[in-house]
Design a protein. Structure first.
Length: 221
C-alpha cells in the first residue's frame, strides 16, 4: 500500500514538473515571438518608412544632377523626333531618333546610378526614437547612420504627351522617366522602394493635325 502511494506521488510530481517545463518553454516562445512580431511590424516598418523618404530625396537629387551633367546642352526637338507632312500641311508620319534616345537613356541611367550609389553608401540618418517603433517618438533622438541597402538599379524611359493648344496646334512634350529601385535590408526583414522622377527634355508646338494613333499611343510605347 505504501509502495503504491509512493509511486502515485512520484508520478504526480513528474507530471507537475513536465507541465512546468512545458509552460516555461511556451512562455519563452511567446515572448520571443512577440518581440519578433513587434520588431518586424513596428520597428522595421518605422525605419523602412524613414529610409524610403530619404531614398526618394537621394534619387531625385541624383536624377537632376545626372540630367544636368548628361544633357549639358539643350536637346532640340528635331534631334529626337522626325516629322513628315503632306501637301496640306497635315502631319502624316512621326518617328523617333532611336540612336539619340538610347544614348540619352544610357547616359542618364549610368550617371544617376553612380550618383545614387555614392549617396546610399553614406547610409541613412535614423533618429534613435525610430528604434522604439512608436510613431510619436520616431523623429526624436540622436541620428544614427544605418547602411541597409543593396546596390540600386536604375531604368530610364522616354514618354511623350500631346496637349491641344489651339486649332490644329498641339504642344508635344517629351519627358524622361528615371525609375530607381532600392532594396532595404534589415536582419530577418527586407523591403523594396521604387522612386520615379520625371524630367522634361524637350517640347514644341506642332502646327497641323496630328494622327490619332500618336495622340493615343504616344511615340515611345
Amino acid at each position: 500500500m505504501i509502495e503504491c502511494t509512493e509511486n502515485y506521488i512520484w508520478h504526480k510530481k513528474r507530471k507537475k514538473r513536465s507541465f512546468k517545463r512545458f509552460f516555461s518553454l511556451f512562455l519563452v516562445f511567446s515572448i520571443v515571438l512577440g518581440f519578433y512580431l513587434y520588431y518586424k511590424h513596428a520597428i522595421c516598418e518605422q525605419i523602412f518608412k524613414i529610409c524610403a523618404n530619404q531614398a526618394y530625396s537621394f534619387s531625385t537629387e541624383s536624377v537632376n544632377s545626372a540630367v544636368l551633367v548628361s544633357l549639358n546642352n539643350k536637346i532640340e526637338y528635331n534631334e529626337l523626333i522626325y516629322i513628315e507632312k503632306n501637301n496640306s500641311g497635315e502631319i502624316v508620319f512621326m518617328s523617333t531618333n532611336s540612336l539619340k534616345v538610347n544614348t540619352i537613356n544610357r547616359q542618364v541611367a549610368t550617371a544617376t546610378y553612380e550618383l545614387l550609389k555614392n549617396k546610399l553608401n553614406n547610409g541613412f540618418n535614423i533618429p534613435l526614437g525610430a528604434f522604439t517603433g512608436i510613431n510619436l517618438l520616431s523623429g526624436y533622438g540622436t541620428n544614427i547612420k544605418l547602411k541597409i541597402i543593396n546596390t540600386p538599379s536604375v531604368v530610364c524611359e522616354f514618354v511623350s504627351k500631346f496637349t491641344s493648344v489651339g486649332i490644329n496646334q498641339t504642344l508635344h512634350s517629351i519627358y524622361i522617366d528615371v525609375i530607381s529601385t532600392i532594396e532595404l535590408n534589415m536582419p530577418l526583414n527586407s523591403t523594396t522602394t521604387t522612386c520615379k522622377t520625371q524630367i522634361l527634355i524637350s517640347e514644341t508646338v506642332l502646327v497641323g493635325k496630328v494622327p490619332d494613333i500618336y495622340l493615343k499611343d504616344g511615340l515611345f510605347n
